[in-house]
Ligand binder design. Sequence first.
Ligand SMILES: Cc1cc2nc3c(=O)[nH]c(=O)nc-3n(C[C@H](O)[C@H](O)[C@H](O)COP(=O)(O)O)c2cc1C
Ligand code: SF4
Length: 429
Amino acid sequence: MSTTTPAFEGAAIEPGVLPRLLPARPLRTIAGHVEHYGPVPQRTDALILEIERSGLKGHGGAGFPTGVKMQAVAQRRGSSVVVANGTEGEPASAKDKTLLSIAPHLVLDGAVLAGTAVGAREVVVCVDRAFPQIAEIVAAAIDERAARAVDPLPIRMEQAPHRYIAGEESALVAWLNGGDAKPGFVPPRPFEKGVGGRPTLVQNVETLAHVALIARFGAAWFRSLGTKADPGSALVTCTGGFARTGVSEIPLGISMPALFRATGTEISQVQAVLIGGYFGTWLPPDALDSVRLGSASLRTQDASFGCGVLFALPKDRCGLAESAHVTRWLADQNAGQCGPCVNGLDAIARAMAALVKGDRKGDAARHLDRWIDMVKGRGACKLPDGTARFVESSVRVFADEIRRHKRNGPCSACSAAPLFPLPRVGGWR
Ligand SMILES: Cc1cc2nc3c(=O)[nH]c(=O)nc-3n(C[C@H](O)[C@H](O)[C@H](O)COP(=O)(O)O)c2cc1C
Ligand code: SF4
């Protein structure tokens, strides 16, 4: 496979053009899928190299380079397993469900191609059991491929528990192995010892859909959108106070003003935007003018792209009360395994609730920093770190609200919280 010539001549998608992952109509049959994207590539001998050249990073939250992960699994001895993570437990995110409902075969292509490249013996697609309509679409796509003998590897689907923590890769692997969906104390990591004790490549379903396109059209095609540091496109879920909410595909590196224009929203209409979902960072309006949606630019604001959630906080909402609600939700997601997470996150959530009430004695404000420091890096998974990061940005961006609540008690907007909705599957593009 070359970096300059598309692997598949007659590419349906021109370089530099969107959409890539979200076609105008759902493509749920093999025929419609192949007509739009071209045949499923058969050769995967140079795929890992091509993925490395593409600069593809994971879309499940951590943004880890996909080629490096694939290489690590390919280098292990014995056959491996690919897990396509479509559980999407982040409440504000709808991109994976949308992708699976519109282009299920793209995800399956990517999973099988990645599997063949890393020497896998099977592919397991995990979806959230609370969304049977998505499971139905994925199951039908798998059945059609099996009936037509499309793939060199068997694919099965599993419906994971509807819990945030179940989407964490070691929790998912533990559950697939018959245990509870709780994160494991590492090592071994799934890439060393995962499903059935085999090296396991866990990738987000969006990441795998990009793999399917890079296998068809090559790394240079992938890089024809995005920036050098953040190549390609990404699915985002715009929710909260955007004039148009839903899932869309953007070129990575797009400026926030351009994204706001695409959603028909004025930056002046919002108080702040939470970038990256519940593990994310609030950005105030003055930061939005200059920031771009890519890891390089977001890093300058101590933010990251995460799973592509953008939550706009309207002017008439209380950012402190909304943040306290999210903090409580995050604290309640703990898997009951690590003391600092179980007790520390609960204490942090109580402190946030106390700040909303006014924290007259100043106890909450006094202890919050210490509790945040206490939980960082102290869990088997990133729930404590993600929560700490979210709370730190909340108290930074809503410092004025904290002072106002201290002076006057809860504001009139507090009772309207929470706003954070579960976006519907589908959406604008
Ligand atoms: C608490 C928690 C929840 C997570 N939930 C998801 C999820 O719902 N979907 C997902 O793809 N990754 C989720 N992840 C990240 C996975 O552990 C893993 O990094 C990801 O599936 C790898 O795919 P990627 O490299 O393609 O991003 C979660 C991580 C944590 C710490
Ligand atoms: S850090 Fe929290 S959520 Fe993660 S495994 Fe430990 S108790 Fe469970």
